[in-house]
Design a protein. Structure first.
Lengths: 322, 368
């Protein structure tokens, strides 16, 4: 494998890791506050559909992005009402949200666009294009670093850079601000936060809404940057892989980056069976290769790589008076 | 103290949840420019207005009884088995292997073998997540979801590499021998002298599913194992203190759950398609979640809820055929049912409890 192929592989790793990373950080905010969310998948899908649909009709991808975030937030509020206000089962609420998004997206897409549950293909202003960073052309001829800068670092859409910037930002919010401290506390010991006179409900709603915004960006990235338009079930289990990555990362922001890059790398390998064959010398069946992103989390969850301990109050609704 | 009488708990709460789901579905149909009342009529006519409609409704119901029971038994052990879909896929694979490679003399013997194979394959697919949950503490929800994806990849692999007849382009196995076709309920009825239509789908597997429902009831409320499963589900620490082995209960409950989901494969693979196709489960594993929630995890409730979802499925297919409403509307209705009967249960329950409390207070005040 030559250097350029390797860079291309890393390049698609970054592209595929981006939606996982955004969804993983989304889940991190929610679960750190004690709200399990297996509805990441549904929120991404809803945002993917709405942002593609609005980007197409308005002609502006930014309007589409905002609309996608809005759609994801609506589902977040439903999750919040079910699991915070009415103290329902958070897992079941998440499952309902996944189906709600999967069904509604196709029903509405069919009604509006009549193309068998997809949106028309996006182009030009209604899509996020890659940004060429300054100096990428000029440095391209510099050995080793030039191609690295031009191929791997430059040329992604703005959402990729937002996703990567979200990692240090999340770390800063969670570990260096008062809000972050309280948010983590509410996931470990909500009664203590309540005793200190801080609203458990409000903190948890805030976490769930942040989760909605990040899932919205992840979904918009799928349909307006990674691909050009919405197709049925296009999130393809990414929400669940993000959850697995979150557990693998033990609910920590920087580790979330490493975990999603790893899963992104396996996704990239799946698209390049020729590279695997060239390196390892074995031909791997494409169906089995496509199962790799799902087998890997199971192996990791089986405890290879240390025990993952979730936030202590995760999944439990908070009851004020006992 | 129970605030509500039992009938309200078992009948009223699910009914109100269902009503809420129906109202929102009607609003959605209205929003996409169709008439909800006409749509409802079309669904009723298509699903229960003819022998053909009924036989498809019960055919779908058969699938949902199996998957609903599967989710229910896991619920009783306080586990959430989202892997019914993958377990059903594997069950179907087991059925296909049994029917393809052994020259059975008669369908009834083949059915016995298919039951064993379907249950074994389904249970096997639940075993790994169950073991990881019990021994390594990895969350069963995540692992069973992953196993759904792995199962569909495995199914593609097995069909393409081993089961597809040479030269065939179709991603499916060869057709089973004709005499292995399971008799339909209609043909059984007509052999007893009762006239009914020829065109149908519901077959003897429906009776197997009812037997399973009875079996699950027996197991849960009449055996020691069932008691242990329920005790474990109510309180893990109390169950441990009573000498119940949590690892054993987790694994056994999931094996039964996976086996039940796997049995669904008999209906779709042996009863309907008569060969192994890629998408024979059609999301029935997930509908089991809605069925179990609506049926309150009780076999009788599961059977009733399964027939209701059979009605929705068959009615939805008719709806998609005659109007521009796509079949995915059923997924939306399913989501709403899960939301209202599962996650928003308290939203329905709290006001009801308040009403019952008020009535009771007025009554006791009147007695004085």
């Amino acid at each position: 494998m030559d250097y350029l192929t390797f860079l291309q592989l890393l390049d698609s790793t970054v592209r595929l890791a981006t939606p996982l990373l955004l969804a993983c950080l989304a889940g991190l905010f929610s679960e750190r506050a004690g709200i399990f969310d297996i509805g990441l998948e549904g929120k991404m899908l809803a945002a993917a559909f709405v942002s593609a649909a609005i980007a197409f009709t308005s002609g502006s991808v930014w309007v589409g992005l905002l609309a996608g975030i809005g759609a994801s937030l609506v589902l977040s509020v439903i999750h919040g009402i079910a699991s915070i206000t009415f103290r329902g089962n958070q897992l079941i609420s998440g499952v309902a949200i996944n189906f709600l998004a999967a069904g509604l997206a196709v029903v509405i897409a069919q009604d509006v666009f009549k193309q068998g549950g997809r949106t028309p293909a996006l182009s030009g202003e209604s899509r996020f294009e890659g940004i060429t960073l300054p100096g990428a052309k000029a440095l391209a001829d510099v050995p080793v670093f030039g191609p690295l800068y031009a191929e791997l670092i430059s040329g992604h859409s703005i959402l990729v850079y937002i996703a990567f910037a979200a990692v240090p930002f999340t770390w800063w919010v969670l570990s260096r601000t008062r809000f972050g401290l309280r948010l983590r506390a509410v996931g470990e010991n909500p009664a203590a936060v309540d005793t200190a006179g801080v609203s458990v409900l409000r903190l948890r709603y805030a976490a769930v809404l942040i989760c909605g915004v990040l899932c919205g960006i992840a979904g918009a990235y799928l349909s307006t940057a990674l691909q050009a338009g919405f197709i049925k079930d296009m999130s393809a289990g990414r929400g669940f892989i993000a959850l697995a990555a979150l557990i693998f990362a033990k609910w920590r922001p920087w580790h979330a980056l490493y975990a999603t890059l790893l899963f992104g790398f396996f996704g990239a390998l799946e698209t390049r069976p020729d590279v695997i064959q060239a390196v390892s010398g074995i031909q791997i069946n494409s169906a089995l290769l496509s199962a790799l992103p799902y087998i890997l989390p199971v192996i990791i969850l089986a405890g290879f790589g240390g025990r993952a301990i979730p936030p202590r109050a995760g999944g439990e609704p908070y009851v004020k008076e006992r | 103290m129970d605030v509500m009488p039992k009938w309200a708990e078992v009948v009223l709460v699910p009914l109100i949840s269902l009503l809420l789901a129906a109202i929102i579905s009607a609003l959605i149909i209205l929003a996409i420019g169709e008439d909800p009342i006409a749509a409802a009529k079309l669904m009723v006519e298509g699903a229960v207005g003819s022998v053909r409609g009924w036989s498809y409704t019960l055919y779908y119901a058969t699938n949902f009884i199996f998957t609903g029971l599967a989710v229910s038994i896991a619920f009783h052990a306080r586990m959430f088995n989202i892997g019914g879909e993958g377990q059903a896929m594997l069950g179907g694979m087991g059925v296909a292997l049994a029917c393809l490679y052994v020259p059975w003399p008669h369908w009834s013997i083949a059915l016995m073998a298919a039951i064993v194979m379907a249950a074994a394959f389904g249970a096997l697919w639940a075993l790994i997540p169950a073991y990881l949950q019990a021994k390594r503490g990895s969350h069963i929800v995540i692992t069973t979801i992953m196993f759904n994806f792995i199962a569909s990849a495995l199914l593609i692999f097995v069909i393409n590499e081993f089961l597809k007849p040479v030269g065939s382009q179709d991603p499916s196995s060869a057709r089973f021998a004709a005499h292995l076709d399971l008799p339909t309920l209609n043909s059984i009825l007509s052999s007893m002298g009762i006239k009914s239509s020829k065109d149908d789908s519901v077959n003897v597997t429906f009776l197997v599913s009812l037997l399973c429902a009875f079996g699950v009831w027996l197991l849960l409320w009449r055996t020691r194992l069932g008691y242990e499963i329920r005790a474990f589900g109510h309180s893990e620490s109390a169950a441990k203190y009573a000498g119940i082995n949590p690892v054993k209960i987790t694994v056994v409950a999931m094996l039964i759950s996976g086996g039940l989901a796997g049995l669904m494969g008999i209906n779709t693979v042996m009863g309907e398609a008569e060969r192994l196709v890629l998408n024979s489960t059609e999301g029935a594993g997930f509908i089991g979640i809605a069925v179990a929630l609506m049926g309150r995890s009780h076999p009788v409730g599961v059977v009733i809820a399964a027939v209701l979802f059979g009605f929705l499925y068959q009615g939805g297919a008719e709806l998609a055929f005659w109007t521009s409403i796509p079949r995915e509307l059923i997924v939306v209705i399913q989501a709403l049912v899960i939301l209202f009967t599962g996650a928003l249960d308290n939203m329905v329950r709290m006001p009801l409890e308040r009403i019952f409390l008020m009535v009771r207070r007025n009554k006791s005040a009147g007695d004085v």
